[in-house]
Design a protein around this ligand. Structure first.
Ligand code: NAP
Length: 483
């Protein structure tokens, strides 16, 4: 299979926060990989901005160091790196000050695709938007890319949307949720809407339930005090897990068009039933030495969850009666993200009860090893009568696509190229973000009112006992968390 790399138009990309962690680990190495892949034309320019006073060469050296650290050695080609760095510039700018903007204006070419990546704290988004506008740097088609978190509740998200809208149209605003940039997530839409096989079964009549798991092995050490102000609901569910839920539950859009897709996702969020306390389990990890989440958060009284499991219902014709179970947490047994669509039993079995029947399941793996796996029943081979065995129809994208599969762009690379192309399909619209907060706010307010403490769970386990019970009560069980 030959993948086509379609170069994007020449662009000027300004990265505010170019010396920060996200730029160093994801954005800059990702841009180099796309350059190497032939997608970025030589005329494209990259302009770094942050408060630190750096020369162009010092910034180039930082990029080289980031490439050395985060790009596969086989792809570190000195000649290509030199070519990539040729058009790199740096401007010292404080988002809240007035210096440096004239210099930036001189570098950003008005006749190019312009993109401004706000890889800084969200408190600076407004200041940046305002100054880009005031100094007449951004043209009417310029794109701004904003990172998560997009607010911490509905009120703050609305305020942030309002601030950005004062200077940029919605069609210029790209709110990143890097989960949407994953190959498998996009493939989910291809599998659902480019095949006839699944869509007739994709409803409450045939789907027993859906499980969405995003499990991490790391704790919050190092950024505990910051994390303690958000917790798993705000940090993971309100954005990543809800986006995945939307892609599973949404109706087919009339066209693969940014607003058509986002309209359908929005309808799912609006159709989510409110949750009761019975639908929610929150946890905090504790390790074998007794060191726990509250120690990492440096807040002994913390009631913030490092784990959450939810049972949700999408109140519409398609999904009436099919629960969606969501869970995410830190310090769990393995690092894995997956969606499992679990189908119902056939209406009547022609086989004996002890033949080994198990439910069909479509497992969509986001990480590690992106791919899909359809669990089917077949006859166990060999003599000995009719016994059934469940086998996976496994499609690891890396295996299925050979060299190209192993070389798939990561989510950030793909999303940045979409920004340059002006394609917002995989970015959250302002009303989507607000609707997601409108659903999560009362849930958070509910547990804040009761002052309930999250249940403890062992680091390295699958989460709190009550989370297992959430499923057991419904006569279901979670899939094992494993890589
Ligand atoms: P970081 O490591 O703290 O970097 C912040 C960057 O912003 C630095 O380059 C800093 O450089 C610059 N900066 C700070 N104050 C500034 C100001 N007043 N004017 C101009 N530049 C300023 O943060 P980060 O981890 O890269 O995160 C950046 C954004 O991405 C945040 O919104 C974060 O929530 C989001 N995010 C990060 C990750 C991640 O993996 N790191 C993941 C998801 C989302 P100077 O100090 O030199 O100005």
């Amino acid at each position: 299979m030959v993948s086509r790399v379609i170069p994007v138009d020449p662009f000027d990309l300004v990265i505010f926060g170019a010396t920060g962690d996200l730029a160093r680990r994801k954005i800059l190495p990702g841009l180099y990989r796309r350059f190497l892949g032939g997608q970025i034309p030589d005329e494209a320019c990259l302009i770094g901005a942050a408060r630190a006073s750096l020369s162009d060469d010092q910034f180039r050296a930082q990029i080289e160091a980031a490439i050395a650290e985060f790009v596969d050695p086989a792809k570190r080609d000195p000649a290509q790196i030199a070519r990539f760095l040729r058009c790199v510039r740096y401007v010292a700018i404080d988002a809240t000050g007035e210096e440096g903007w004239a210099q930036l204006k001189a570098l950003v070419r008005p006749d190019r695709v312009q993109a401004f990546y706000f890889s800084v704290a969200p408190t600076l988004f407004g200041a940046l938007a305002e100054r880009l506008h005031k100094h007449e740097i951004a043209n009417s088609e310029a794109r701004i890319v904003v990172e998560k978190p997009f607010g911490r509740d509905l009120a703050s998200a609305r305020a942030l949307n309002g601030t950005l809208a004062a200077h940029f149209d919605e069609h210029q605003i790209y709110r990143i949720d890097h989960y949407l940039g994953k190959e498998t997530v996009q493939n989910l839409m291809a599998v659902r809407f480019a095949n006839i096989l699944f869509e007739p079964l994709w409803n409450a009549q045939f789907v027993d339930h859906v499980q969405i798991t995003v499990a991490e092995t790391v704790g919050v050490g190092g950024r505990g005090a910051y994390y303690d102000k958000s917790g798993a609901m705000r940090d993971m569910v309100q954005n990543h897990l809800m986006q995945l839920l939307c892609l599973i539950a949404m109706e087919p859009p009339y066209h693969f068009d940014p607003d058509a897709v986002r309209d359908e996702k929005l309808k799912v969020i609006r159709a989510l039933d409110p949750l009761t306390s019975e639908d929610i389990v929150r946890g905090q990890y504790v390790d074998a030495r007794g060191k726990s989440y509250v120690d990492d958060a440096e807040n002994p009284a913390s009631r913030t969850e490092s784990y959450i499991a939810l049972r949700c219902h999408v109140a519409n014709w398609r999904w009436k009666g099919t629960p969606f179970y969501l869970r995410t947490g830190k310090k769990l047994r393995a690092r894995t993200s997956e969606i499992a669509v679990v189908f119902k039993e056939p209406p009547h079995s022609i086989f004996d009860d002890d033949t080994g029947w198990r439910e069909n399941m479509l497992v969509i793996r986001l990480q590690p090893n992106e791919g899909m796996n359809l669990k089917m029943m077949i006859k166990e081979p060999g003599p000995g009568g009719m016994r059934l065995v469940q086998v996976p129809l496994d499609m690891s994208f890396a295996d299925a696509l050979g060299e190209e599969g192993a070389d798939m762009p990561d989510a950030y690379e793909r999303l940045i190229m979409d920004v340059i192309r002006g394609n917002q399909t995989l970015f959250m619209r302002g009303d989507e973000v607000e609707a997601a907060w409108a659903w999560t706010d009362p849930i958070i307010a509910g547990w804040e009112a009761t002052k309930a403490r999250p249940q403890r769970y062992d680091a390295g386990s699958s989460g709190p006992e009550d989370a297992l019970m959430l499923m057991h009560r419904d006569a279901r069980r979670w899939r094992e968390i494993r890589e």
